[in-house]
Design a protein around this ligand. Structure first.
Ligand code: 5GP
Length: 209
């Protein structure tokens, strides 16, 4: 994959506020970032639109995308498939944009395996009671779904140490700035490294003649 832009993977417990954080980042720096839109087999929630929050597809269509190698990664989460389509991510990174994937843990770890230079950030509220409070406060889920998401969160916590950074989501604007600065540090470092590697390779091939 062309690496002019950074691939930044944002995960976090359901209800951790990562959606709001990512939206805030994109609104603050629209020229810098592109948000990848995932495909999913889950049903749209009230107010969600095809092609905006997700590409809502059937299980058959999703399985065709897997078979056609059209996804960077995919995972099954609370009974549905979720996956990142390849084309848009490659195109935006090639254009020098930093691409944000807002995805769950299994998918994030697959991305890191495939692209070790990807930046993995895990967003969490300060403690578990706060997470439960935020999840209930959303008011869009049934009790059963909330229970299931809390159980999933407990399983996800095990993988927090595989991330490059853990970001505690307290004050929103401070958190946006912190995320921006993490990604931009990686962006600058990757550019510097590319330049140095090219220079050293050229220099060495001259000396080694
Ligand atoms: P929700 O149903 O609440 O929109 O999303 C459930 C979980 O799936 C969230 O943790 C979200 O970040 C994750 N998710 C969304 N898109 C993708 C994707 O393309 N791949 C993976 N692996 N997870 C995703």
């Amino acid at each position: 994959m062309d690496q002019k832009g950074v691939l930044a993977v944002i995960s976090g417990f359901s209800g951790a506020g990562k959606g709001t954080l990512v939206k805030g980042l994109l609104n603050a720096y629209p020229q810098q970032y592109a948000l990848s839109i995932s495909a999913t087999t889950r049903a749209p929630r009230v107010g969600e639109e095809h092609g905006r929050e997700y590409f809502f597809v059937s299980k058959e269509r999703f399985e065709q995308m897997i078979a056609g190698d059209a996804l960077i990664e995919y995972a099954s989460y609370v009974g549905n498939y979720y996956g990142t389509p390849k084309g848009y991510v490659a195109e935006q990174m090639g254009a020098g944009k930093d691409v944000i994937l807002e995805i769950e843990v299994q998918g994030a770890l697959k991305v890191k395996e495939r692209f070790p230079e990807a930046l993995l950030v895990f967003v969490t509220p300060p403690d578990a009671p706060e997470l439960e409070k935020r999840l209930r406060g959303r008011g869009t889920e049934t009790e059963e779904a909330i229970r299931s998401r809390l159980k999933t969160a407990a399983g996800e916590a095990v993988f927090m140490d595989r991330y490059d950074y853990i970001l505690v989501n307290g004050q929103l604007n401070a958190c946006i700035q912190e995320l921006h600065s993490l990604i931009q540090t990686q962006h600058r470092q990757a550019r510097l490294n590319r330049g140095l590697i090219e220079k050293m390779s050229r220099g060495l091939s001259g000396i080694a003649q």
